[in-house]
Structures are given as C-alpha cells and as structure tokens.
Design a protein around this ligand. Structure first.
Ligand code: EPS
Length: 346
C-alpha cells in the first residue's frame, strides 16, 4: 500500500513529505523531481513568490546509490521566504480562502496560522511525491501529462493571455480548466468490489483536494447529462492485433471504478485565486466592523500550475492502485507480475 504525509507551512522552514510503499529497485533522479517542481512554478499570471523560490527537493532517506531500497522516502523543499513568525496578522478574512472557517474552527485570533497551511504552497510537497510516482509509473510505460483547456472562459491561447492581462489590470484574478491525461494504463486498476476502492472516487478526491479545484470531471463528465445511453457509452470491439478496444472514450478510461485500458481523461475547474488586489468586503475579526479583505502576495492565474499538481496527485493514486494489484516489494517482481497479467488478458 502506498501512503504519504506532507508537512510544512508556506513561510515556514520547509515543505516536507514522507512517502512509504515505493518498492526497492527504482532509480531516482533528483533532477526529474526538480523539473516537476519547476513546472509547478510556471504559468502566465503566476505571482511574485515564484521569483523568490526556486523549488528543489532534497531526498533525505529511502535511497542507496540513487536506487530505492523499499524504506520510506523523505523529501524536503526548503523555503527561501520563511518569515512565518514575522509576517503580520491577517485580521480581515479573504472570501474564497480558508481564513474565516479556519479561524472559527481553531479559535485563532487571526487567519495567519490558517493561510500558512491552507496555502497552495503545500502542493509543492505533493508535486515532489507525485514526481516519484511518475518515475515508478514510467517503468510500466504509463505516462501522465496535463494541459490548460480554458482560462477565464477562453480556450484560444492568445485570448487566455488577454484574460489574464485583463484580470491584472482590474487587480482581479481568473480561473479556468485543466485536463490531466494518463496513457499506457492496463485495464483492471482500481475495483468495484468496495466503494472506497473505486478509482474514479479516489482520483476525484485527490484532484478535489488541490486548493482551488471546484469540480472534477471524468471523460465526458457533465457532457453525459444530455445524452442518450446509446450516444454516451463506448462500444466494445476486438481484433487479434489490438485485443479489446473502443472507437470512442467518453468514459475517460474508467468504467466501474476501474481502468478499462483507454486513456484516462480528467478535467478540473480551478476557481479564481481568492486573494484580490481590489479586495471584496469582509469583517475585522477584532472589531467585527466591515473591513476590506486582507491582501496577501498572490497569483493572478494558476491553471497551468494546478494542472502540474493534478498530474502529481493522479500519479500518486495510480501508483497506489498498481502496487495494490501487482505487489510492492521489488520493482523486478512487480514487473514480472505485470507482464504475466498483460499476457493473460491479451
Ligand atoms: C504559492 C505560494 C504562495 C502564494 C500562492 C501560491 O506564496 P506567498 O503567499 O508567499 O505569495 O503565492 O498561494 C496562493 C495564492 C494561495 O491562495 O494559497 C505556491 O507556492 O504555489
């Protein structure tokens, strides 16, 4: 079973993660992990923090001579900006962020302790974990990518940029839609046997847990709503060369909570970032008097970056279900079991 924890605050000493369950025998290249971390920092409309941080992960355990040994892998991403104790109190909660609910939940006097952990900065840790899982999946020719489908309602690249520029001009923010795609998956990962083993549920939870994601669609998603079944479901064909195959993929590669051998297609809506430089009305937590929401350094648009995080959290779930099906001690044993499975189903 694959499990991991992340820890760390946006302006604390570091972001950290411990990943347990990666088998022995996987070559780990820190460069690959750091490439993913740099990808997460990119995107038109990213904020000033991205010029301060050059995120890279230190691998503190779980390796010998660059190869995993089956023990927990500890990753650490140091924060350049680590002024958690000096930064000012946040006394007027930002609509759309965790601020107010967090203050009420924990009984804090201000929202700084809330935003420090609720910040999207945490996704740097999950991106590092996901990068390791992508390396593992690549051993089985399973590859994951993402792309921006829409920004501020526009799907043309130039018009997307114009929407971001318009948001900057208005001291506003803009969201959009990203798509995650996984190819090379065998049928049969995940299970219908118990609701919590359904891979569609697990992937949806992972993606929805990315700060700012407000919807997850699998395949046709909401597009199923106005279709007849005969228009929606993917007819099944067979040929000796291809085995079982489909000519459509409305299911987005998942049926009955399991992969069906087609590409996995996931789409997420990312809400506009909550911090507005032209803030919405809020309330002063001390006086309860009306006060404009706090302004924190932030981004204008993070849809591309959220897609990179989407790849990472999806890779983590996919690595988990692959290990659940094919065992988890050594990479070579898992590969043998995987090969036998592919042979049996072909
Ligand atoms: C982010 C780090 C944060 C924000 C942003 C994304 O750093 P700072 O608060 O120091 O600027 O820039 O987080 C948010 C906009 C948010 O609302 O959580 C990151 O590393 O992705």
């Amino acid at each position: 079973m694959l499990r991991f924890l992340t820890a760390g605050e946006s302006h604390g000493r570091c972001l950290a993660a411990i990943l347990e369950g990666i088998p022995a025998g996987l070559k780990i290249n820190a460069y690959e992990i750091n490439t993913e971390l740099q990808r997460r920092q990119e995107g038109y409309g990213r904020g000033k923090r991205m010029q301060i941080e050059q995120d890279s992960a230190l691998i503190l355990s779980g390796l010998r001579r660059g190869v995993t040994i089956g023990s927990p892998i500890c990753l650490m991403i140091k924060n350049t900006d680590s002024r958690i104790n000096e930064l000012p109190d946040v006394v007027s909660p930002r609509p759309g962020h965790a601020d107010l609910a967090g203050v009420l939940k924990y009984g804090f006097q201000d929202a700084r302790p809330v935003l420090e952990r609720a910040s999207a900065r945490e996704t740097a840790a999950r991106t590092a974990v996901g990068a390791l899982c992508k390396l593992f999946l690549r051993e089985f020719d399973i590859n994951i990518s993402s792309r921006v489908i829409e920004v501020g309602g526009e799907s043309d690249k130039d018009k997307m940029k114009k929407r971001v520029d318009a948001a900057v001009k208005k001291r506003d923010t803009v969201g959009g839609v990203f798509e995650v795609k996984a190819i090379g998956l065998p049928p049969g990962l995940g299970s219908y046997a118990h609701f919590d083993k359904r891979l569609d549920g697990r992937l949806s939870a992972a993606l929805m847990s990315i700060p700012g994601v407000k919807s997850v669609e699998i395949g046709l998603g909401l597009g199923y709503a106005d279709k007849f079944g005969s228009e929606a479901h993917d007819a099944i064909f067979y040929s000796r060369k291809k085995g079982f195959y489909r000519k459509t993929n409305n299911a987005g590669g998942l049926e009955g909570g399991m992969t069906n051998g087609e590409p996995l297609i996931l789409r997420c809506c990312m809400k506009p970032i909550s911090t507005l430089f032209n803030p919405l009305p809020s309330v002063d937590l001390n006086t309860r008097k009306p006060k404009k929401a706090a302004i924190e350094r932030s981004d204008t648009c993070v849809v591309l970056s959220a897609g990179v995080v989407g790849e990472a959290v999806s890779a983590t779930e996919l690595a988990g279900v692959l290990l659940e099906k094919f065992g988890g001690d050594s990479l070579s044993d898992i590969k043998d079991s995987y090969k036998n499975y592919l042979k049996r189903i072909s």
